[in-house]
Design a protein around this ligand. Structure first.
Ligand SMILES: [Zn+2]
Length: 329
């Protein structure tokens, strides 16, 4: 499905369905210029996404031979189909941090590292094995492509427009948004989502992702925006209210982790995650799909790490397993 979102410049969205995924679909944005076009994000590396994206591009009359690709971040639902563009000779833009992570992930070592760490955080081996079908893993891109790396504040002339790159570490280390100052259009990717809360995970190559994420929300809060275009679901005409709501969500999550740690001293992260409230349509933890348990663990750990760094939780390591207790201020 395609939809025109803005006239002069002409901005469209191709809704790329993500079958059997709670995100439902990815917004692949297409900016049509007089001489060249720009595509922002692609969908998973799977046939259903490829078909949706190609059909959308065909319907818009966009030829890949005069198109460039900007990948906002490494996640497979955003970067999966990069080879479609690489093989057509398009220029591909992405942050060096996220590009490097894609390259490092090719041999599975980043996943293995995460698995070993989740075991130390109390996740049972059975739960870890069950999430091997994780979409992020199964539909990830082939990372062999020449990448034009982008940096914060850089101006990219794409689709006959000047886009400002805004680096917003948090959701991933190298997540970059694009901004059109003249039109006040902000492509927020997964930094700000309006219908769902962006997932903040623990990253082993990025200290305190939540702290960095909250800082990145403040970084863009005063940006003049009249059209915000996110990576998933619906956009909005402003970002300030949404940023404040997301910050409040994380404050509540931090309070919840502290309250669980107070009631259950020496809990593992897995135990804390099990006792958190998750909106899984009334399901109990034991009935959560394995991938959701994996994401819940990552999100819980991001909040735990923040509290450890801010002196509110004490981390102990005993026989390789880490436990947490509340520290009174
Ligand atoms: Zn993402």
């Amino acid at each position: 499905m395609i939809q025109q979102l803005y006239h002069h410049p002409d901005i469209y969205v191709i809704q790329v369905d993500l079958p059997d995924n709670p995100l439902q679909y990815l917004n692949s944005y297409v900016v049509k210029g007089a001489t060249r076009n720009l595509v922002i994000d692609t969908g998973f590396n799977r046939p259903e996404c490829r078909k949706a994206l190609c059909e959308g591009l065909r319907e818009l009359g966009v030829a890949l031979s005069c198109t460039d690709l900007f990948i906002t971040h490494l996640h497979a639902d955003h970067s999966g189909l990069v080879q479609l563009f690489n093989q057509a000779g398009c220029s591909i833009y992405m942050s060096s941090a996220d590009y490097q992570y894609l390259v490092d992930s090719e041999d599975g070592s980043t996943w293995q590292y995460a698995e070993e760490n989740f075991m130390k955080e109390g996740m049972p081996a059975a739960d870890i094995h069950l999430q091997l079908t994780n979409h992020a893993r199964a539909y990830s891109p082939d990372p062999h492509f020449p990448c034009h790396t982008v940096t914060d504040g850089e101006v990219l002339h794409l689709a006959d427009l000047d886009f400002r790159v805004i680096a917003v570490p948090g959701h991933t280390k190298g997540l970059c948004c694009l901004y059109l100052p003249q039109q006040k259009i902000f492509f927020t990717s997964d930094h700000i989502l309006f219908d769902i809360t962006p997932n903040i995970q623990l990253w082993y190559h990025m200290p305190d992702a939540l702290e960095q994420y909250l800082h990145s929300l403040d970084k863009v809060r005063d940006l003049p925006v009249t059209l915000a275009l996110p990576g998933h679901r619906h956009g909005a005409s402003s970002i300030v209210g949404r940023i404040d709501t997301i910050k409040e969500h994380h404050r509540n999550r931090l309070a919840e982790v502290m309250s669980i740690a107070e009631q259950r001293p020496d809990s593992t992260a897995y135990d804390i995650a099990r006792h958190m409230t998750w909106s899984m349509r009334g399901k109990e933890w034991k009935d959560f799909p394995p991938t959701q348990k994996w994401f819940a663990m990552g999100e819980t750990l991001a909040h735990i790490e923040y509290l450890v760094q801010h002196g509110r939780l004490l981390r102990r390591t005993d026989k390789e397993v880490r436990t947490y207790s509340l520290l009174q201020p």
